[in-house]
Write a protein that binds this ligand. Structure first.
Ligand code: ATP
Ligand SMILES: Cc1cn([C@H]2C[C@H](O)[C@@H](COP(=O)(O)O)O2)c(=O)[nH]c1=O
Length: 208
């Protein structure tokens, strides 16, 4: 099978992690070689950067520093983990990628989508997903899910106010609109089974 780079995007609590676990099981059953990973993180250095970015008491972090740290974590994760797996012909499932930076830092932090895209282009050097699934969900519903969830750690970005999360959501809609061919939108307000079925259909369409 040809390699495929699939990313999963959306606001907090949209259900990405839940659905990725179900998609992993699908690939196991089909005996399709895959790698499942996440951003920021996925490898030692990028997990360390994740800790620095998301520590709830790092409230003094400057927005550009935040954007650069996400881009740095992305670079290391790409070269150390994602690109080698793609070279081996695997399907790579990645929870968040560049579009998170465009929405959260570009629009949520008001740095500008184009400015954030530029620093990320240096980091990704042309590696873009073949397919991006956008979990479309009202951010207030997602935040409620996160706060109700048992054992889910609340990070520094979760703690931002609702206006921030609404800007992030609007940012995602702009990013999706600028690259309709790459994105598949799923209605993440539906039941887990219904969301899974929408996501699986998008992936199967790409594989077959
Ligand atoms: N479709 C759904 N309907 C209702 N609850 C859901 C649905 N999908 C996931 N959940 C629940 O919402 C919570 C957040 O889900 P999950 O961790 O999968 O989201 P996420 O997109 O990975 O969040 P984040 O990016 O903020 O970590 C979990 O408690 C999960 O069980
Ligand atoms: C990649 C990336 C992520 N973020 C934000 C989005 C979330 O608030 C956290 C990651 O936490 P998750 O539970 O693993 O989803 O980081 C961001 O602001 N910019 C990015 O590029």
């Amino acid at each position: 099978m040809k390699s495929l780079f699939i990313t999963f995007e959306g606001p907090e609590g949209a259900g990405k992690t839940t659905i990725i676990k179900m998609i992993e099981q699908y690939f196991v059953n089909k005996e399709i070689p895959f790698l499942s990973t996440r951003e920021p993180g996925g490898i030692r250095i990028s997990e360390s950067i994740r800790e620095i970015i998301l520590r709830p008491d790092h409230t003094e972090m400057d927005s550009r520093t935040e954007a650069l740290l996400y881009a740095a974590a992305r670079r290391q994760h790409l070269v150390e983990k994602v690109i080698p797996a793609l070279k081996e012909g695997k399907v790579v499932l990645c929870d968040r990628f560049i579009d998170s930076s465009l929405a959260y830092q570009g629009v949520g932090r008001n740095l500008g989508i184009e400015e954030v895209r530029q620093i990320n282009e240096f980091a990704i050097d042309g590696t873009m997903p073949d397919l991006t699934i956008f979990f479309d969900l009202d951010p207030s519903i997602g935040l409620k899910r996160v706060h109700d969830a048992n054992g889910r750690e609340i990070n520094r970005l979760d703690l931002e106010n609702i206006e921030f999360h609404k800007r992030v959501y609007e940012g995602y809609l702009q990013v999706v609109d600028s690259d309709r061919k790459r994105f598949c939108l799923v209605d993440a307000s539906k039941s887990i089974e219904e969301v899974y079925s929408q996501v699986l259909q998008a992936i199967e369409n790409k594989i077959n």
